[in-house]
Write a protein that binds this ligand. Structure first.
Ligand code: ASP
Length: 437
């Protein structure tokens, strides 16, 4: 029999109604045997995530503020699920143990992890699956970094004794037994690690959207869904702001060549997006997706005979390195070189950067544009296909957008254009229309 590892995110397990939905999904295939769950997320827009409430509880305790009411809100959310679904978990006993641990100074990571811990216990009981604690499987070293090898081994060893299990996402443990969490959204990583270790046929990531869309639906009306996308294309799009999956969740599945399927708990009939190693052979497809971000600054340095100069780029990078500012892009010409930085990283230090460039690089002159938006048009179908950039540029020209910067990766899988912030939405719409209509 095949194996599907299925991870359900916060909104998929936010209350009893959602948990009933995931039961239907899980029970509809015998192959869904290892289930990873997040803590209960938002039930509606203004709702609080359990994980946020747990962090808040811990902060209250640290500042010697009353935390009991907050803790009660958390307990009540689980109790409401319990009342509706009926499980054999002794929640009261669990709550008092957690409260006691908190009073004895339990770490922030421990407190935060209890959201998934309790949820996994309840869901395991409701499904009739075993509960298996990730503290026994996901291993971190003393520095708090994931120990991938030890984790792989532990998962195999532990899960080989369980045919069907529900596993809490987001955390693991160090050798001394203390709990350590991943960064926020880290249950995605747990699912990927389990899928890799157990050699799953697919890693299903169930969330509240039917996979990736070609463009942001807040900008383009009903954009087409992306049926398949390669890991590489996804990396380019996520870097530019299209986020559905935790970044670190890709690597384990990718090395084991396990496809990741993004699915929608609220629309299980949708096939969602399949993330695979190879780009889709969807023949006619030229672009896979469009994503972008606002608020970049580009500094263009002009210097005659720049191409002849040695160490120019090194000096330029070291100025930025000293200020701890990462370079996002570096388009270049014969006698010009631009660096594109995020306004957030510059953080009010533009004059300082320009002063240092002046001293270190002795440019003829420099030009700054501080309201740039970058838009990436990504697709493995673009490589070696003539006319793609022409189509993109003329689409922008037709709507009167002036392109301030162009950067095409050498893989030809990605064309990045810089436009004024105010032209951002208009440009994305125009590119979408040019390729998808
Ligand atoms: N519950 C954690 C968070 O809210 C982890 C997760 O859901 O993946 O970040």
């Amino acid at each position: 029999m095949g194996l599907k590892v299925a991870k359900f995110g916060g909104s998929s397990v936010a209350d009893a109604i959602q948990i009933e939905k995931i039961k239907d999904i899980i029970m509809s295939s015998d192959e869904r045997r290892y289930i990873v769950v997040s803590a209960p997320g938002k039930r509606f827009d203004d709702d609080a995530k359990i994980t946020d409430l747990l962090y808040l509880c811990k902060t209250h305790m640290e500042h010697k503020l009353p935390y009991q009411q907050l803790f009660q809100v958390i307990c009540d959310r689980y109790m409401a699920v319990e009342v509706n679904l009926g499980t054999d978990v002794d929640l009261r006993k669990e709550f008092s143990r957690i409260e006691k641990d908190m009073n004895e100074g339990a770490s922030t990571d421990y407190v935060a992890s209890r959201g998934e811990y309790l949820n996994a216990m309840m869901i395991a009981s409701y499904l009739g699956f075993d509960f298996v604690d990730s503290a026994d499987m996901v291993k971190f070293n003393e520095k708090g970094k994931l120990d991938a090898e030890a984790t792989d081994e532990a998962i195999r060893k532990v899960l080989s004794k369980h045919e069907k299990a529900v596993i809490p996402g987001f955390y693991g443990s160090k050798a001394d037994g203390s709990i350590k969490t991943f960064s926020r959204g880290g249950s995605d990583v747990t699912g990927s690690l389990i899928a890799k270790a157990m050699g799953a046929d697919v890693y299903e990531n169930w969330t509240d959207v039917s996979g990736f869309l070609v463009a942001d639906p807040r900008i383009v009306k009903t954009p087409k869904p992306i049926g398949t996308i390669s890991y590489k294309e996804l990396r380019e799009l996520s870097y530019m702001g299209a986020s559905v999956l935790h970044e670190d969740a890709i690597h384990p599945a990718r090395v084991a060549n396990i496809p990741i399927n993004i699915r929608n708990t609220n629309r299980p009939e949708d096939e969602g997006t399949m993330i695979t190693a190879e780009p889709a052979l969807e023949n006619e497809r030229i672009i896979t997706g469009i994503a972008g971000k606002k608020d970049f600054t580009s500094i263009t340095i002009y210097k005659s005979m720049l191409n002849d100069e040695r160490g120019f780029v090194r000096r330029l990078s070291s100025v930025l390195e000293d200020l701890n500012i990462p370079i996002e892009h570096m388009p270049s010409g014969i006698d010009t070189l631009s660096v594109v930085l995020t306004n957030e990283d510059i953080d009010g230090r533009l004059d300082e950067i320009l002063d240092s460039f002046q001293k270190q690089l002795a440019p003829d002159h420099m030009e700054v544009e501080d309201d740039l938006a970058l838009i990436a048009t990504v697709g493995s179908g673009m490589s070696y296909r003539p006319g793609v950039s022409a189509k993109l540029f003329s689409a922008l020209a037709e709507v009167g957008v002036n392109i301030r910067m162009i950067d095409q990766g050498s893989s030809e899988m990605n064309i990045i254009v810089g436009v004024k912030n105010k032209d951002f939405e208009k440009s994305i719409k125009a590119i979408y229309e040019a390729f998808e209509k």
